[in-house]
Write a protein that binds this ligand. Structure first.
Ligand code: ADP
Ligand code: MG
Length: 309
């Protein structure tokens, strides 16, 4: 999954913690083999290459959940944005800025509604490719949490890298886990979120980007333009019991921006998520459910914070 993960389990004793860890690591590699769009023999690669492929139950389940999130977010999340991600060079590091005609052509082929999925196979029209990169780490976090719970682990911190983190229970001493929120314009942490039995995911333009002629281009694509999403945000963090929802919705809210994102939060209470937006001017906005769990870090106390309700 092209990142560094840190899994911490607290078991009844050292041995049970270690067994849970080993099982978790094996699960990560297994899911990566199925889901990775860059591994040539993953099920997703097979689907992209042939336009049709049989899927194992895990892949089918995640694809189905991802398509549901694409629909709920009105296509702000669109798993068929992958050819645009490739065209901008984010898959190889050979960055380029496609011209307008190319972007229009790419945009014509971004449309998750044209992915068809039945029980055990999926298909895609010619010229389209899909990628579960926006949701795979969150889904993996949920799977790891479930495995840990089956082992009666009640405290774990599953840090899947690039800001997808699931906190199982509280810390062993009973206090909440404290997670630093990266300052998108600096090196350090701008604030701290307290988590207990919840996941969080951050999507931001600062995570993977390149610069051309003084303009910054990042890896989160607006499906409407096939170009990097410019919605006035530097980052979005989503907190929810579901890792999958955190991962998918943080990407989607980054595309939507503050206004549409806030309306989406109001419209979908059943998704049980909260969000923290960091705006281009450095100010913050957070949904009311995070009011008591977020604090600004030292040196950032004078940042403006709006509470959304
Ligand atoms: P990261 O994986 O870096 O934590 P995200 O979860 O925000 O970040 O996912 C970004 C990845 O998802 C990109 O690398 C790209 O492959 C894919 N992607 C980019 N834009 C979209 C989008 N609008 N919808 C779905 N997937 C996207
Ligand atoms: Mg995501």
């Amino acid at each position: 999954m092209d990142t560094v993960m840190t899994l911490t389990y607290h078991g009844q004793d050292r041995e049970s913690g270690r067994e849970a860890l080993e099982e978790g690591v094996a699960e990560v590699y297994e899911l990566e083999d199925l889901l990775s769009v860059t591994a040539p023999d993953s099920e997703i690669s097979a689907l992209n290459e042939a336009g049709q492929a049989y899927l194992s139950p895990d892949t089918a389940q995640l694809l189905s959940a991802a398509l549901e999130l694409c629909a709920l977010t009105g296509g702000a999340l669109d798993i068929t944005a992958y050819p645009a991600v490739e065209a901008w060079g984010f898959t190889t590091g050979e960055y380029r800025v496609p011209n307008q005609a190319e972007l229009e052509e790419l945009g014509d082929h971004i449309d998750y509604t044209r992915v068809s999925l039945d029980q055990e196979s999926a298909s895609l029209p010619d010229g389209m490719k899909l990628d579960l990169g926006a949701v795979a780490k969150g889904y993996t976090a949920d799977r790891l949490a479930k495995l840990a719970q089956e082992r009666d682990i009640t405290s774990a911190l599953l840090d899947l890298g690039q800001s997808t983190i699931l906190a199982l229970g509280a810390k062993p001493d009973g206090s909440p886990w404290r997670i630093g929120i990266q300052d998108p314009q600096g090196e350090g942490y701008l604030g701290v979120l307290e988590l207990e039995g919840q996941a969080m995911g951050t999507s931001g333009g600062y995570q993977r980007y390149f610069e051309r002629d003084g303009v910054r281009y990042w890896h989160i694509i607006d499906p409407a333009t096939a170009a990097p999403a410019r919605s006035g945000l530097l980052s979005v963090t989503v907190v929810s019991p579901s890792g999958l929802a955190c991962d998918g919705l943080s990407t989607a809210l980054f595309v939507m921006g503050l206004e549409r994102g806030t309306q989406f939060w109001r419209d979908y209470p059943e998704l049980e998520f909260e969000a923290l937006f960091i705006l281009e001017d450095g100010s913050l906005a957070l949904t009311s459910g995070l009011k008591d769990s977020f604090t600004l870090a030292q040196g950032y106390e004078d940042r403006e914070v709006e509470v959304l309700s």
